[in-house]
Design a protein around this ligand. Structure first.
Ligand SMILES: *[C@@H]1O[C@H](CO)[C@@H](O)[C@H](O)[C@H]1NC(C)=O
Ligand SMILES: *[C@@H]1O[C@H](CO)[C@@H](O)[C@H](O)[C@H]1NC(C)=O
Ligand SMILES: *[C@@H]1O[C@H](CO)[C@@H](O)[C@H](O)[C@H]1NC(C)=O
Ligand SMILES: *[C@@H]1O[C@H](CO)[C@@H](O)[C@H](O)[C@H]1NC(C)=O
Ligand SMILES: *[C@@H]1O[C@H](CO)[C@@H](O)[C@H](O)[C@H]1NC(C)=O
Ligand SMILES: *[C@@H]1O[C@H](CO)[C@@H](O)[C@H](O)[C@H]1NC(C)=O
Length: 303
């Protein structure tokens, strides 16, 4: 308060009307110049915010595509065209790693190509039959994947973790022990790089006591219309003891009419709730090839 007083006195001493109007005019000009500078910046920032896609998510790809020459090219094309988009890619040579210590020559040719990209994390498929499959057999599958780089003498013939399909939804202490036993194995083996990544696929929101035993959990695998219903019901934001960094969604059977801007809205809605996301317009054999809007989807993931 006291610092204002000398200022007021100072102003009142300048009596001249002309200089007062000049000062007002100057003030008006300064105001207009400032407005001209600030308003567009505010408008641009606001527009950007409205257009923003929110948090980035990784593209999740159940790559159940046999690597006949050229079959993985649609994936390799986007992986190299979008180096700022991360991809988590599940490979499945034979309902798991297959019966042999190494997969066939098409796989041993194509896996190192994908694995060499910094923005790709490959995962090996195993199934657990809802934690009922003989755990020794599951452990053997995991050990087979982990041995690929040493067995082939090719460090790029490698996966960086395991995708556990048919993970349980209903809680039992026995099932949790089973899953934790397998997660511990993935983390302690050397063949997956520094920290083997674990994904569970119950295909729906499981009992939340399971969530901490995986790095990521597929809390939705289903059609576009059922995703809309569940997202509308805020089912994903209501998962106890979870946050989006641990969640993955797979949405298939998206109608062909859902293209930009509807596809953009879908991607944006899904990115709010999950850190890994797959969207395909295929409605049969959804994971056996790439849908018509595959590149458009990846492009929206890069925004
Ligand atoms: C690789 O894929 C091609 C095309 O499907 C097939 O003809 C060939 O037999 C495969 N090679 C091996 C070693 O399985
Ligand atoms: C992609 O992966 C790299 C390397 O792991 C990481 O530094 C980066 O933050 C990731 N970006 C996104 C958007 O997840
Ligand atoms: C599980 O598999 C192992 C190895 O094949 C076998 O020795 C064991 O008997 C099996 N256990 C059960 C309960 O089937
Ligand atoms: C790869 O695995 C096979 C079958 O288990 C084994 O016979 C072979 O010695 C292994 N090769 C290496 C280099 O570890
Ligand atoms: C994990 O499962 C294997 C196979 O049944 C068993 O030998 C091992 O003791 C288990 N480890 C733990 C920590 O439960
Ligand atoms: C979300 O989950 C990640 C991974 O488990 C964890 O590091 C992070 O602290 C969690 N954030 C919140 C706000 O709970």
């Amino acid at each position: 308060m006291s610092t204002m007083a000398p200022e007021e006195k100072h102003v009142s001493r300048r009596g001249c009307l002309k200089s007062k109007w000049a000062r007002i005019l100057l003030a008006v000009i300064v105001f207009i110049v400032l407005c001209a500078a600030i308003i567009p910046a505010v408008v641009v920032t606001t527009l950007r915010k409205n257009n923003s896609m929110g948090p980035k998510s990784k593209v999740f790809v159940p790559l159940y595509v046999y690597p006949a020459p050229g079959a993985w090219t649609p994936l390799e094309n986007v992986v190299s065209a979008y180096p700022d988009v991360n991809f988590t890619v599940v490979i499945n040579p034979g309902n798991g790693p297959g019966p042999n210590s190494l997969p066939d020559a098409n796989y041993t040719r194509e896996i190192p190509v994908l694995a060499s990209y910094a923005n790709v994390r490959l995962l090996g498929y195993v199934h657990t039959s809802y934690a009922q499959r003989n755990i020794s057999l599951v452990r053997k599958d995991i050990e087979t994947y982990a041995a690929w780089p040493t067995n082939s003498s090719n460090p790029d013939l490698a996966v960086r973790g395991i995708f556990f399909d048919e993970a349980p939804q209903q809680y039992s202490a026995q099932s949790l022990n089973y899953l934790q036993n397998l997660t511990d194995l993935v983390k302690e083996l050397n063949g997956f790089g520094s920290n083997g990544f674990v994904v569970h696929n119950p295909g729906a929101v499981p009992d939340s006591r399971y969530l901490a035993s995986a790095d990521s959990t597929v809390v939705f695998e289903g059609t576009y219309s059922s995703f809309q219903e569940r997202q509308g019901a805020k089912l994903f934001t209501a998962i106890p003891d979870s946050n989006r960094t641990q969640l993955c969604a797979v949405i298939h059977s998206v109608p062909d009419t859902v293209e930009d801007p509807k596809l953009r809205s879908l991607v944006k809605e899904a990115r709010k709730v999950v850190d890994e996301l797959y969207i395909t317009h295929l409605s049969v054999d959804y994971y056996a090839s790439f849908g018509s809007k595959w590149t458009e989807f990846v492009d929206l993931m890069s925004d």
